[in-house]
Design a protein around this ligand. Structure first.
Ligand code: HEC
Length: 204
């Protein structure tokens, strides 16, 4: 009994020493980036670029954030499934056993109907703003679900269908990365889901 007690104590002390050393050695930012390296952040960025279905405009963008954003959007969060209509090019629907071909011409241009609500265009407009939103506005939407356009007062102020209750749990870095990626994708015309829906002039 005593031996087990001592061993447990020794392990406890060792764990505390390790924790204290880690806290002393590294600042929170360094710890965060070290953690990301360990978890393979480099490879998530690479994978993000490998799976991006459209040509990316990296000019004036943070490359690492764009790659991470692509990884989150295209491998985790499924944004394009709902924000691209149709999601797949003809003959490229994996649900029909066809080799996947994403609808690149309409990628993230919105327009999918879910009963009374329609997904929005998240591509950058002629001012380079994804869905017309600044970074601050985008983060606010993702964290609160409040519809900045108040497109359907009859359903209330909150975005429906859109899984913001899930996305609101993402880190600031992840939300920034999604935004940076959306800044880098090509503009698609149209503003589906908005009361003043326009069909042309959005991309400049
Ligand atoms: C399950 C489908 C679905 C998924 C997945 C989804 N969305 Fe949405 N999203 C919608 C719909 C539908 C709306 C419009 C909701 C409404 O009108 O109430 C919307 C609205 C939005 C808006 C508001 C745009 C505006 O006009 O202000 C943003 C921003 C947005 N989505 C971002 C995203 C991002 C980023 C992802 C992935 C991380 C994502 N969405 C994934 C369905 C989805």
């Amino acid at each position: 009994m005593q031996a087990i007690g001592q061993k447990t104590f020794a392990i406890g002390v060792r764990a505390s020493v390790v924790a204290i050393c880690a806290a002393l050695v590294s600042s929170p930012a360094a710890a965060d980036s070290a953690e990301r390296m360990k978890s393979g952040a480099g490879s998530t960025v690479r994978q993000g670029f490998a799976i991006a279905p459209v040509t990316l405009d990296l000019q004036g963008k943070n490359r690492a954030l764009v790659g991470l954003g692509s990884y989150i959007v295209n491998a985790h969060a499924g944004c394009a499934d709902c924000h691209t209509s149709p999601a797949y090019a003809s003959g490229g629907d994996p649900f029909q056993g066809q080799p996947e071909q994403i609808n690149t011409a309409g990628y993230m241009g919105g327009g999918a109907s879910f009963g009374p609500v329609v997904s929005r265009n998240l591509t950058p407009d002629k001012n380079g703003l994804p869905g017309g939103a600044s970074l601050e506005e985008f983060v606010e939407i993702m964290r609160t679900g409040v519809d900045p356009h108040q497109a359907h007062p009859q359903l209330g102020p909150l975005l429906q269908v859109m899984p913001w209750p899930v996305y609101q749990k993402m880190t600031d870095t992840d939300l920034r990365a999604i935004y940076e990626y959306l800044r880098a994708i090509p503009c698609v015309e149209g503003s589906p889901g908005l009361p003043d829906a326009q069909t042309a002039g959005r991309c400049g």
